[in-house]
Design a binder for this molecule. Structure first.
Ligand SMILES: [Zn+2]
Ligand SMILES: [Zn+2]
Length: 607
């Protein structure tokens, strides 16, 4: 937990004092340190209403900055090493910020600005609060960060950038420049571009600068196992490819992991994913995104579980990269048919487990002993943590507009408890799947809770600030979101919200919950609409959309018949919502997702 050390003395700084300062940086700052210095100067300038210059000071170490008056003779206090993250050290004549890396220093700068009263918003820089009273007095205390997680990651499927279409691509990039900014301000460390077999690129290069300037690591890979083994090998070497249950080699799916040449080819190709995006800091090697699919059933592979087939490939890739002197984490995926830890093979020390409990219950937190569904996932997770000696990332779906089918699913308290459980279990990294502006609009409370909780900050005040960013109607929005949270926690307990649950008991539980909660939506939407505010009206439309989707689910449960007309009606409700709210995903992808679910109604299983 980040902790204020309460026995530390406080130092009072006035806005007038700050106005006489400049931001001191080391003599040859790297891009991120320079950006940190400039950001600090930019915001201080807005706070004190006077130009704050950046100047170099040779005695400052590589990852440190100071705020001090011109001509002051401040000395740099010795560092209480080893640092974890960053420190803020206020004194009478200087405020020092130090990080153990450039990006940690930048996080320290944003934290200092928060101490000075700045408030960030997931909705974008337009919604930030910067104190501007020239008479302001600030009480500063020493602060030492203690990150709860080694990595805090946001991710998105590359296809959602529509990179072959210039217009949506341009818009989505603008959306994510906003996300990159907010990520840095709230302590995130990495961004992961999720690739699918049909993708032709591993990352969106246009965003590279936004991330690298802020010291945010880019990660590549994803559902790529079917990709590295080039299909051109199939006619000459079908033995490289998986043998199906039916006894024939299949061109689709993963590979025959028992074939040394197939393994070597995949390892070599996977290395190219990294080099193709030369700046990538991690590689994710996941199998084909299908339940029970893609693995080999030859006499050798048959002895291996899908988990073991997957780890054999990850190990081969890790060994190859290690031999080439490349030390990046390789992520094995625990998901769908690999969620159970059926592994008798030791993972290579560079291989991490990415635990993605997509079909978990979001009505309860992952550590909730009352929830049978999550109990099962948590037990699997605990085994994985042992097997991977702690090298585990929790891959979470808190902003996944596909899983939630575009519905409002505010679950900030579930998220805060999830992160506490993940930390207590020894999970070292957490990630958050989202799809740009649409997710930052529809799942704003989830982003806010995830960002606060991952930094060890209480979520309550962060949510209060978020509610006030809807036209200043904090009370109205806060109370509607509280009602929604209660309702949605009763409904999102069984994976894809669009598909009726598979088990009979889940179906009857859901039907009961729908009877109790469906009547509540209209009052929430009407309340939002009664304030004649465009942003509250847009939110009201999303409430009505959510209601209609669940009416469709209820119809399918009751009749066993497809509720296509109801889902189409739901989609039409969002048509009039402005793109500044629903973003590229709401404009282009949501309709595609509706069609996909209509077609793939009985074949669940893509992330
Ligand atoms: Zn095989
Ligand atoms: Zn549950």
């Amino acid at each position: 937990m980040g902790s204020e050390e309460s026995n530390e003395p406080t130092f009072t700084w006035t806005a007038r004092q700050l106005a006489s300062c400049c931001v001191w940086s080391p003599e040859r700052p790297d891009t991120t340190v320079l950006f940190a210095a400039e950001e600090l100067a930019r915001y201080l300038q807005r706070i004190v209403g006077r130009d704050i210059p950046v100047a170099a000071r040779p005695e400052l170490s590589q990852h440190s900055l100071a705020v001090a008056p011109f001509g002051s003779n401040f000395t740099m206090p010795p560092s209480a090493s080893p640092l974890v993250g960053f420190t803020i050290e206020p004194g009478a004549d200087a405020i020092m910020v130090r990080g153990d890396t450039s990006s940690a220093l930048l996080r320290g700068v944003y934290r200092l600005l928060q101490e000075l009263g700045c408030e960030w918003s997931v909705r974008g820089r337009l919604y930030e609060t910067v104190p501007t009273a020239a008479t302001e007095t600030f009480c500063l205390r020493a602060y030492r960060s203690a990150p709860r997680f080694q990595s805090v990651v946001y991710c998105s499927d590359i296809i959602t950038w529509h990179y072959t279409q210039p217009e949506p691509l341009r818009e989505r990039i603008v959306e994510d420049e906003e996300l990159a900014d907010w990520m840095a301000k709230t302590g995130a460390t990495s961004f992961f571009f999720i690739r699918h077999p049909f993708d032709t690129k591993s990352a969106i290069e246009e965003l590279q600068k936004s991330f690298s300037t802020r010291g945010i690591t880019v990660e590549v890979g994803g559902h790529v196992l079917p990709t590295p083994l080039d299909r051109q090998w199939f006619p000459r070497h079908p033995e490289y490819f998986p043998l199906t249950h039916g006894g024939r080699r299949s061109e689709t799916g993963n590979l025959c992991v028992s074939h040394p040449r197939a393994r070597a080819l995949v390892a070599e190709q996977a290395g190219h994913f990294l080099t193709a995006a030369g700046y990538a800091g991690a590689l994710h090697i996941w199998g084909a995104d299908v339940f029970g699919g893609g693995w080999c059933h030859c006499t050798h592979c048959e002895k291996l579980s899908p988990q073991e087939q997957s780890i054999v490939v990850c190990n081969a890739i890790a060994e190859r990269l290690e031999n080439a002197g490349v030390r990046v984490p390789i992520y094995y995926l625990a998901y769908h048919d690999t969620i159970e830890p059926r592994l008798r093979i030791e993972p290579h020390p560079m291989v991490w487990c990415e635990f993605a409990p997509r079909e978990r219950c979001y009505g309860h937190h992952i550590g909730d002993r009352e929830c049978g569904v999550n109990e099962h996932y948590r037990a699997a997770l605990e085994s994985y943590i042992q097997l991977f000696r702690g090298r585990v990332r929790a891959f979470e779906y808190y902003g996944d507009a596909i899983l939630f089918f575009g519905c409002l699913v505010p679950i900030p308290r579930v998220i805060a408890s999830d992160l506490a459980t993940y930390e207590a279990l020894g999970v070292r990294e957490v990630s958050f799947l989202q799809f740009g502006q649409f997710s930052r609009w529809a799942y704003a409370p989830n982003f806010t809770a995830f960002a606060a909780a991952s930094q060890g900050i209480p979520i309550g005040p962060a949510l209060e600030r978020l509610w006030s960013q809807w036209d200043g109607k904090a009370q109205v929005v806060g109370s509607v979101f509280a009602d929604l949270e209660e309702t949605m926690r009763a409904l999102v307990r069984y994976g894809d919200v669009r598909l009726p649950p598979k088990r009979r008991t889940q179906r009857s539980d859901l039907r009961r919950a729908l009877s109790a909660h469906l009547p509540r939506f209209t009052a929430m939407a009407d309340e939002l609409d009664s304030h004649r505010s465009p942003s509250l009206h847009a939110l009201a439309l999303l409430v009505r959309y959510t209601q209609t989707v669940f009416e469709g689910v209820a119809h399918e449960l009751d009749t066993g018949q497809a509720a296509d007309a109801i889902f189409s009606h739901a989609l039409s409700i969002l048509q009039s919502v402005d793109r500044t709210y629903k973003g590229v995903w709401g404009e282009f992808d949501l309709a595609v997702i509706h069609d996909l679910y209509k077609a793939a109604h009985l074949v669940p299983g893509w992330s």
